[in-house]
Design a binder for this molecule. Structure first.
Ligand code: PEP
Length: 251
């Protein structure tokens, strides 16, 4: 079966951005609506404090909004946490789960990530489930095995019926300016595709697999041209409208 997948470029603003950043969003909207129509879906995942504003402002220019994390429960005594339903209520359509920064700094296990992805699906959101190996794991030849285990543990069975997105983000490439070679990216994305097809059949064949980790205007075109790379999850380079637009235009 040949599947056409519309690429998706998602910006992860992490803990950056305030109401003043809506100016940058406005600039991005201007670029997206004056130039050639983008060939990718565009998503911004801002801090929760401005999620509603980003969702409202973005809607006029086709920019979609996403959360950066959600709690697995719908509500309750979880001070400081935000449920998937709350993100949806604020206008989100996506949510990143299992980002390596959360796995490392908040002790999120595969089991927790899977529960969050299930909660996201339950709230009508599309989870962007992050997986990736550390530098030491790659150096010891374990990258593919590690990613396969992360996928098995983090992607819920519900992915067979609902839309989920997988983001391959080598931990050592995030925020470092270093990226795997094109061959290494191709090899990992092909492996992820094979795993998804084996587990979910046609649904696995049409699941988006994003690449994330130091994607920049300078390298976006060649990375986005690699087989089974269906878009990008972009951190630092999504903070400036001009850079993010250049990446979107590279699709
Ligand atoms: C990320 O944090 O998801 C990411 C890919 O960051 P950067 O693009 O800055 O490496």
């Amino acid at each position: 079966m040949t599947t056409t997948i519309t690429p998706l470029i998602a910006g992860n603003w992490k803990m950056n951005g305030s109401r003043a950043s809506l100016e940058e969003l406005q600039q991005l909207a201007g670029l997206l609506t004056t130039g050639e129509a983008p060939k990718a879906m565009v998503v911004i995942c801002p801090p929760a404090t401005i999620l509603h504003a980003v969702a409202s402002q973005g809607s006029t220019s086709g920019i979609l909004a996403g959360g950066q994390d959600c709690h697995a429960s719908a509500s309750g005594a979880y001070t400081g946490d935000i449920s998937a339903g709350m993100l949806a209520d604020a206008g989100a359509q996506f949510v990143i789960v299992g980002h390596s920064e959360r796995r490392a700094a908040h002790g999120e296990t595969d089991q927790i990530v899977r529960a969050k992805a299930e909660a996201a699906i339950g709230a009508g959101l599309k989870p962007i489930i992050c997986v990736g190996e550390t530098g030491a794991e790659r150096d010891s030849g374990k990258a593919e095995a590690v990613v396969a285990a992360l996928l098995a543990g983090s992607v819920p069975d519900a992915a067979e019926l609902h839309e989920v997105i997988v983001a391959y983000e080598p931990v050592w490439a995030i925020g470092t300016g270093r990226t795997p070679t094109n061959d290494e990216i191709a090899q990992m994305h092909n492996r992820i595709r094979a795993i998804l097809v084996e587990r979910f059949g046609d649904k696995g064949a049409s699941t988006r697999i994003l690449y994330g980790g130091s994607m920049k205007p300078q390298n976006a075109r060649e990375i986005l041209n690699i087989e089974n790379v269906n878009g990008g999850l972009v951190g630092g380079a999504s903070l400036l409208a001009r850079d993010f637009y250049t990446i979107i235009s590279a699709v």
